[in-house]
Write a protein that binds this ligand. Sequence first.
Ligand SMILES: O=C(O)CCC(=O)C(=O)O
Ligand SMILES: [Fe+2]
Length: 348
Amino acid sequence: MTPPARNGNSYIMLVVITVVGATLLGVGSQFLRPRPAAPPLVIPETRVTTAQSFAQLLLDHRRRNVPLSFRNILADMWPAVEKWRGIEGARYLATNLNQSETVELDGDIPEQHESPIIISTLGKYVDWLIDHPTRKAVEEYRRESGLLPSLAEWKVGDGNKWDFTDEMKGDVKDLSLFAHKDLGLYAFDAFLWWSPVGGKTGLHSDLEPFSVLAQVVGSQNVSLWNPTQRPHLYPGNKYDRGAVLSQVDVWEPQVLQRFPDFPKNQNLTITLRAGDILYVPNGWWHTTETVQHSVMLTANFYTKWDWFTNFPSKWNDKLHHFMYDMGWVDSAGCTCHGSEFVYGLPEF
Ligand SMILES: O=C(O)CCC(=O)C(=O)O
Ligand SMILES: [Fe+2]
């Protein structure tokens, strides 16, 4: 049987149906497309009683991609909250981590500025911290020397290999709070951040799949911008290990003149105090500003899947350092090495 021949009208009908159908599909898909999450107005203040429930809450919140703060959960668990506090605590840390250990301190806000790297020792850094206990003293030092010293992202362990003495490991209970293989938290890397009043970390968003900030001593203001704000945050090309950097120095007085779209006041700011933990979901942009001499531990967690997907970023990092060492990229394009090295902390 031959199909009935189509006349002109049925062709027109076919074209009309196709055009109308495609239009409806197009319009419909706008509604089906996932919408950006609305910015949460408050971070729930969640209390946890066991390490198991901590890990479970993290995993639940990861699915929702909203920040989560845990208030005052460390004091009962980690002797560090008491032992690492104040001048005594700072001296204890320097002794246990080895006074004469060489450290590379950030000399400014490396995320947005060409920041020098200060080569010093832990012992000398602690002496400097003790000599500069107030915001005024740190600001004066910055004005005179051009330096804002801060110990940032110092790798201390990965759950298997530790730079801590046994006593310090005991102070944070081997970070067993972070090790929940039974819940699928397969591995973690831990870093120490130790900064004076007024110390700052510039605006960035981490590539690490899953991270938490544990405030052990002192306090910091952490400001967070929802991932949906990205187009207004001026992501730049400067390379940083594990992060995308904004070009915006949020503390610059004339910031809106240089970056008119920057949503200066559309952040969530939370003050982390000793004993608090903050979970920063992947993709959330953030800055930190130290309010009181701060010692913080951060952990990047990996599920097996995360570890696998994060692998290229680790190799990319090695490649970038190699390119820098070969002189193929300059320091202005990378936070990996400072614009200059300063040997010792200049005295003022
Ligand atoms: O505490 C800081 O200065 C920055 C911490 C941070 O940005 C992070 O761990 O992702
Ligand atoms: Fe970060």
